[in-house]
Design a protein around this ligand. Structure first.
Ligand code: NAX
Length: 329
């Protein structure tokens, strides 16, 4: 049997983790021959609930689950972590301004970035799901100067999957028939889901659907899908978010499919004119763990405007929390 791999999950008592942890332990990330240790991080008030989740994990008698560590200390949870899912975040409370929310989370992600810098594996892959995800990832990576920005990403994979599903439903095909959708920018309601480069069974998506459907239905439906799930279910997306987190991490580890890409929010290298360093969602391909932004796609004025507005939103978020950047500034 192989040596266990350490997977850390923050916000482990929350609803996304309630799906994610069981899928990780079942082998959905690393396969049926790879034992794992789960390192679970929570705030002290949620540790009793987390203990209940651990009881259930143990009651599953998962053959691959080697060990479960529970802690409220990031330096314990992230010790020698190979894969880290930063799911936990502070939700917006009553009377909280957007800037208060940004600052509260920036403090959490600055502490967690420092802990990752100190104790995680040097090859760690960190996926930030907790919102505001892009800026939380930006804060974490800026507080981890001994790790590379390439160790960090923020999750727009759920938006990518939502976009794929909307287009598949519209065209009456399977999601697997849809390739090359893109979600650009921020994981926020201002995100830009784009099908200019998408293909459906090999055909250009925009030759199969009306431009008006793309602009007036597809874009707002994808942007507001989270709110629609809350409206229907009374709770925010959880199983689909966990599934997207696994999809993203699996692609990061094993590579993207030939003839397709995924959307992944990573530190910008200036591609498509986006300010270098902002954590921006791009179409990427991945090979041997190396993430490459898909370059040179033609961008029309409609798209350019939306890329710019996402950049502006992310700049504004960054400026609100800049004081919490580490020594890197
Ligand atoms: P829950 O409120 O159910 O769980 C969050 C958990 O995080 C709680 O148990 C809380 O105690 C814990 N937590 C808070 N601060 C922490 C800290 N400093 N260290 C460790 N744990 C901490 O939320 P859930 O539905 O699981 O969603 C988690 C996050 O994902 C939220 O920020 C949510 O907005 C975000 N989402 C992001 C998505 C994405 O695509 N990027 C989609 C789904 C989801 O909305």
């Amino acid at each position: 049997m192989k040596a266990p791999v350490n997977i850390a999950v923050s916000g482990a008592a929350g609803q996304i983790s309630y799906s994610l942890l069981f899928r990780l332990a079942a082998g959905d990330l690393l396969g049926q021959d790879q034992p794992i240790s789960l390192h679970l991080l929570e705030i002290p008030a949620a540790i009793p609930f987390l203990k209940g989740v651990v009881m259930e994990l143990n009651d599953c008698a998962f053959p691959l689950l080697h060990k479960v560590v529970v802690s409220d200390n990031p330096e314990v949870a992230f010790k020698q972590a190979d894969y880290v899912f930063l799911v936990g975040a502070t939700p917006r409370g009553p009377g909280m301004e957007r800037s208060d929310l940004l600052t509260a989370n920036a403090e959490i992600f600055s502490t967690q970035g420092k802990a990752l810098n100190k104790v995680a594996s040097r090859d760690v892959k960190v996926l930030v799901t907790g919102n505001p995800a892009n800026t939380n990832a930006l804060i974490a990576l800026n507080n981890a100067p001994d790790l590379s920005p390439d160790n960090f990403s923020a999750m727009t994979m759920l938006d990518h999957n939502r976009a794929k599903n909307q287009l598949a439903e519209k065209c009456g095909v399977l999601c697997s028939d849809v390739k090359n959708v893109i979600v650009w920018g921020n994981h926020s309601a201002g995100q830009y889901p784009d099908i200019h480069h998408a293909r459906v069974k090999g055909q250009e998506a925009l030759s199969l659907v009306d431009e008006a459907w793309f602009v007036d239905e597809f874009i707002p439906v994808v942007q507001q899908r989270g709110a629609a799930v809350i409206q229907a279910r009374g709770k925010s997306s959880a199983a689909s978010a966990a599934s997207a987190a696994l999809d993203l991490m699996r692609n990061w580890i094993y590579g993207t499919d030939e003839n397709d890409w995924i959307s992944m929010a990573i530190a910008s290298d200036g591609s498509y004119g986006i300010e270098k360093g902002l954590v921006f969602s791009y179409p990427v391909t991945i090979e041997d763990g190396k993430v490459s932004i898909v370059k040179g796609l033609p961008i029309n004025d409609f798209s350019l405007q939306r890329l710019r507005s996402n950049e502006a939103e992310l700049r504004e978020e960054r400026n609100a929390v800049r004081h919490l950047f580490g020594s890197e500034g």
